[in-house]
Design a protein around this ligand. Sequence first.
Ligand code: IMP
Ligand code: MG
Length: 170
Amino acid sequence: MRLEPLFPADLLHARILELAEEIDAAFGGEPVVMIGVLRGCVHFYSELARAMKTPTSMDFIQVMSYQGTESSGEVQLVKDLSGSIGDKNVLLVEDIYDTGRTLDYLMGNLQNRQPKRLEVAALLRKRERHIMDVPVQFVGFEIPDQFVVGYGLDYDGEFRNLPGIYILSL
Ligand code: IMP
Ligand code: MG
């Protein structure tokens, strides 16, 4: 296995500061429930939350869909939210918009609970891989069709703790 640096920690940090400003402006100071998609969101979520000025509360959801580098195509709820989001502003925070199956599932699931407003922030987007079209308002970086790890993203549970993002070749 080989790791090739893609985004170092300081670049991620700088981009997340910009995203936080965009998100603050979009919600206009109204409170927002930040929903992190476990486990890939952890570092992005934490860094984004601390950079935002919007009053936020925190909740998390967990789904399963991915085995190795191949998406199984099926999305299952593993851990549900702790609180209600009815009539609230919601920001769904995800590590990567790949095929879009996960985000598509989550958008449907969360919309059913009738939030006031639902937006998505994804740190990375692999446009070439999209199968489902999901309206993602906030995107950190567009990346090519390559498998990446670090900064929350894993390969079979490994590499989530790396402070930067790397391209993994097997
Ligand atoms: P999607 O449902 O195909 O959009 O996949 C979304 C999920 O697959 C993400 O939440 C990640 O957990 C995982 N994933 C997709 N691409 C990568 C990658 O390049 N590295 C690590 N995980 C990935
Ligand atoms: Mg994930």
